[in-house]
Design a protein around this ligand. Structure first.
Ligand code: ADP
Ligand code: MG
Length: 226
């Protein structure tokens, strides 16, 4: 297995019920360990659907997703759950934080399932994760007391707190102004330089240009550059 082979999509097809054309249509893509990949392309070209298939949130109708050489589509649900919970992390354009919880409590959620009292070790991990995204001192702030950029940092900390290897980010700067957006890209670059593989959908060419590689989608497939 070479560096290119952390995650490989092979012949992926996904058609939503009733849709005329597949949202993803015989798509192939290789993602290397430690790579920062941007996915660009017009609205409706299948970017979000692809990200959800790669991150095991939804299943393709056909094709294979190989993670470290193993087909995760064919894997038992327990294996897919483990990948979703511990190996893959997903952030979206909207941060989806719980408004009545503090930043620290939001980041602790993946440990808790929302019920048990938090363990001291998990609190320490969550605090360290908040520092890593530049939010030391903001532990007790609620989302409504933070800027949009800070809220997105909390969402990134929550996504990564259990030690994910791959971050999938679907237009993570889409609801931010250009200054806050640029700061989020800078954070993703830092996390990537520490070893995190990042797969980001973006409409912003300037942000995409800061990644290692850009692929463009059209009609559910990766466009080949001529
Ligand atoms: N849950 C869904 N049910 C039915 N059609 C969907 C659903 N999600 C997306 N689609 C359709 O699939 C295509 C690709 O959508 P999407 O993956 O969201 O593209 P993008 O993220 O590039 O805008 C579009 O035609 C969209 O309307
Ligand atoms: Mg989308």
């Amino acid at each position: 297995m070479n560096e290119k082979n952390l995650l490989q999509a092979r012949g992926i097809v996904k058609r939503y019920p009733g849709a005329e054309r597949p949202a993803v249509d015989h798509l192939d893509l290789d993602i290397g360990a430690g790579e920062f990949l941007s996915i660009a392309g017009p609205s409706g070209s299948g970017k979000t659907t692809l990200l959800h298939i790669l991150s095991s949130l939804i299943q393709a109708d056909a094709g294979q997703i190989l993670f470290q050489g193993q087909d995760i589509c064919a894997a038992p649900e327990a294996v897919r759950n483990r990948l979703r919970g511990l190996v893959f992390a997903v952030v979206f354009q909207q941060h989806h934080l719980l408004p009545y919880l503090s930043a620290l409590e939001n980041v602790l959620l993946p440990f808790l399932g929302g019920i048990k009292p938090a363990r001291a070790a998990d609190i320490a991990t969550a605090q360290a994760m908040l520092s890593r995204v530049g939010l030391a001192g903001k532990e007790n702030s609620r989302p409504g007391q933070m800027s949009g950029g800070e809220q997105q940092r909390v969402a990134i900390a929550r996504a990564l707190v259990r030690g994910a290897q791959v971050l999938f980010a679907d237009e993570p700067t889409g609801s931010l102004d250009s200054v806050n957006g640029a700061a989020i890209i800078q954070l993703l670059r830092e996390l990537n330089s520490e070893g995190l593989t990042v797969v980001m959908v973006t409409h912003n060419d300037e942000f995409a240009a800061q990644s290692d590689r850009i692929v463009r989608m059209a009609d559910g497939a990766i466009q080949t550059l001529s």
